[in-house]
Design a protein around this ligand. Structure first.
Ligand code: AGP
Length: 605
């Protein structure tokens, strides 16, 4: 994840670019850079390392332009060095980017074949060349920009300067956030409201696929089809900008929508998109252990169960997963060369911390997959494997969950390669699949309207069943937990094949059954289970993809998820489950972000 800012100002803009980047450093700080335009000429200053390194460069070589862009980088494509620092330049175009351009390799080959040369290893530079190519073909800046956006696959938030265009910064977003700040004779674009909070509290939020041209007097916004659109201007209090809900009614909704960003940022700590390699932070050697013992609670426990399915099937490494509150009290027989793996959003959950300390006292090596990087767990383990979901305000965990699953999936690929279960080609294929997750998460959010139409059906139920096979089984349990937490409706997640061994007695017209069934190797069997439910007049909500939907019985209400590789189905199918819980909570008028009896971090056993 990176932070970007663009300003069309009335005074030298470099100090304000730096001010804004300081507020965005939480999004990454491997390198930073700014560029300004003055009398048509673009000047750039960059530095690897933290923002203060860039400030030193600017002290030595100041910039005086009143229009400019800035970037603080969390390296995804290319090492965090000066060459790969943003802004990136090609011909008349200078730009900054947050996200991953998934098809950058083929675009780069196309551009090189046309005789263009590249300075960096980044995917971002490809975007600059595409816009510049459009300009050399006589397109206007906006048309060159739009033509470029149509060629890109993946996730982006962009801010662009064009040589010769003194009063213009262009921006665009897909799967990555971007806001417009409205000043007095000045305009701003930034990664979030926090970025522009020092300059204005009037903010509008660009929507998926939007692009924008800002000048001193206006922001011209266009949707993905190129239609001119208006996005409402909201007043955001500067203090709330720190953790603001933006356009969303609840933090839960915002954090569901934050997931493409959170997952992309988490993956960039484990995956090298250039080499298509998966490497655990701290270069852990998976040949140094014989099994993993995952310890967690609640949603984190279900992430751990998904991790078990992926790690064992890919790497052949035995994985035990237990709720932390039970583990140490049952006198577990610990095998030698076992790695204790805690999973926790807060890093403060007492049950998990106690189990982790118990493992440490028995001489096990300990790691934590944790979102709070300064937490007790993070400080006590031998090795931290971070998630980068950002601050999660809603008591219900959503983006932290998918970030945990991202980390576990990347670790599974790394373990499989280290243990010789997959070759380099298969590792590259799996890494490419995982790199597509942020975009597919964003596409999964598009099911929101269909989900909303089902909220009343679920919201009036007394009991709800969730069914799934394979990794969809722990996901079914997570979906049930989300519903319980937000709506106080009793819900249970079951292995679909287990339903006929008892829970089928619960089936009647009053009990909705949510069935998770991507069109994978389990699909036909899961459809048989679904038919057993319908035969007993059960009401089924089927979450599947296009191929699965073609085989859905007429009685089932279908929620479509994007087609995806089975490796990332637990990520993609988590979104409709989260949206369903959220919409049911809204339907019931629940206190969505702070349900009764719950706490964000349970620091008592
Ligand atoms: C998640 O929706 C719940 N709020 C809860 O189950 C949570 O996952 C659990 O308490 C573990 O918290 P942690 O991830 O901070 O350790």
């Amino acid at each position: 994840m990176c932070g970007i800012i663009g300003i069309v100002g009335l005074e030298p803009v470099a100090p304000r670019l730096i001010d804004s980047l300081k507020r965005l450093e939480y999004r990454g700080y491997d390198s930073a850079g700014v560029a300004t335009i003055e009398v048509g000429r673009v000047d750039r200053r960059r530095a690897s390392g933290k923002l203060r390194c860039l400030e030193e460069v600017l002290l030595a070589e100041p910039l005086t332009g009143q229009v400019g862009i800035g970037h603080t980088r969390w390296a995804t494509h290319g090492a965090p060095n000066l060459r790969n620092a943003h802004p990136q330049t090609a011909g008349r175009v200078t730009l900054v980017h947050n996200g991953i351009i998934e098809n950058f390799a083929e675009l780069k080959a196309e551009l090189i074949a046309e005789g263009r040369s590249f300075e960096s290893d980044t995917d971002t530079e490809v975007v600059a060349h595409l816009i510049d190519r459009g300009l050399t073909h006589g397109l206007t800046p906006l048309n060159a920009f739009r033509q470029t956006l149509d060629r890109l696959s993946g996730a982006y938030a962009l801010a662009v300067l064009i040589e010769g265009e003194n009063d213009l910064v262009m921006g665009a977003r897909r799967a990555m956030p971007l806001v417009v700040g409205h000043g007095d004779g000045e305009m701003f674009i930034g990664s979030d409201a926090l970025a522009v909070a020092p300059f204005t509290n009037r903010v509008s939020y660009l929507e998926e696929g939007d692009y924008v041209a800002i000048d001193h007097n206006a922001a011209r916004v266009f949707d993905a089809e190129g239609n001119s659109v208006e996005r409402p201007v909201r007043i955001v209090s500067v203090s709330a900008a720190m953790v603001e809900k933006g356009n969303y009614r609840h933090f839960m909704e915002k954090e569901i929508h934050d997931q493409p960003d959170a997952c992309q940022h988490t993956l960039s700590a484990y995956l090298d998109p250039i080499a298509r390699r998966a490497t655990p932070p701290g270069d852990f050697d998976f040949n140094s252990v014989d099994r993993l013992q995952i310890l967690a609670c609640g949603t984190a426990f279900y992430a751990g169960m998904i991790g078990k399915y992926v790690i064992e099937s890919l790497a052949g490494l035995p994985v035990d997963v237990e709720v932390a509150s039970e583990f140490r009290y049952r006198g577990p027989a610990l095998a030698p060369r076992t790695l204790a793996v805690a999973i926790s959003q807060s890093g403060e959950t007492a049950d998990t911390l106690a189990a982790l300390r118990w493992c440490k006292s028995k001489g096990l090596k300990t790691v934590a997959i944790v979102n709070a990087h300064e937490s007790t767990m993070a400080r006590e383990v031998d090795l931290m494997w971070p998630t980068h979901a950002g601050q999660e305000i809603c008591v219900l965990s959503t983006k932290a969950f998918t970030a945990q699953v991202c980390a576990l999936t990347a670790l599974a690929i790394a373990a499989a390669r280290t243990r010789g279960r997959i070759d380099e080609v298969e590792e590259q294929r799996l890494v490419q699949v995982l790199l597509e997750a942020p975009r597919l998460l964003s596409e999964a959010i598009a099911s929101e309207d269909v989900v909303r139409s089902l909220a009343s059906m679920v919201g009036r139920a007394r009991d709800v069943l969730y069914l799934g096979r394979g990794a969809m089984f722990p996901l079914a349990m997570e979906g049930a937990l989300k519903l319980k937490e937000v709506s106080y409706i009793h819900a249970e997640g079951y292995a679909a094949g287990e339903m006929k061994h008892g829970p089928i007695a619960l089936i009647d017209q009053e009990t909705p059954v949510v069935v998770l069934a991507p069109s994978d190797s389990f699909f036909d069997k899961t459809m048989s289970n679904l038919s057993e439910v319908i035969a007993r007049e059960g009401r089924v909500i089927l979450i599947t993809d296009e191929a699965g939907a073609r085989h859905a019985p007429a009685e089932a209400r279908v929620i479509l998820a994007p087609a995806c590789d089975p490796l990332i189905a637990p990520l993609v199918f988590a979104v409709p489950l989260q949206l369903l819980a959220y919409q049911v909570g809204v339907f019931k008028g629940a206190d969505v972000d702070q349900p009764r009896n719950l706490a964000k971090s349970v620091t008592v056993e």
